[in-house]
Design a protein around this ligand. Sequence first.
Ligand SMILES: [Zn+2]
Length: 218
Amino acid sequence: MKKCSDFTLIELLVVIAIIAILAAMLLPALQQARSRGMSAECSNRLKQIGTAHAMYINDNNDYLACGYDPNGAYQDTCSKAHPAWVVRLAPYLNLRVQDWYRLYDFTRMNCPQKEDYRLLSGERASNVYTLNYATRVYMSDRGRYGVKINEVVLPAKKIYVLDGAYYRYYFNYANSLNTYAVRHRGGLNYVTFAGNVNWHKSAALKDQGYSYFALNSK
Ligand SMILES: [Zn+2]
């Protein structure tokens, strides 16, 4: 009688092939789950920024937390006397401030999904969260006082901080038209002036951008 408990070479190869096929089928699902997890963590970080901003507004006579670009042409919006938005929000996020435009640890001000990716324009994106440029436009006239929350029309729709702009310090309507990151499921996350976090498909945001960026648009 033939002994049948031993694997033949053919049987072993078949088993290995089946395992390989199963692994190949599972891998995309695992990658998708990981990607969703990253997006959820990103939303969580933006939500904390939104909550911190609400507290800042409450403590600062309704003025928004603004200020960015300490090295560039807009030093009137960010200086020792008028720190960057990340520094203004730091106390509400229990983050340690290094100086007037830097934190010791920027982790929670960045998207957790750090993989290299391209913008619609083909440029490489950074994973730094960026501030709405419109907060600066209004500041030109008003010096350090900037804009009050009640001046923002439809604050639950207007983007305060965006995950997905290519420029390190801010985003605006003009420079973002073709430069949205598509880091999360073909779209991007953002937190509004009202503190709610949304996801938006990049293409749709490109078409309707102005209504999300300009503080006084309807
Ligand atoms: Zn993100």
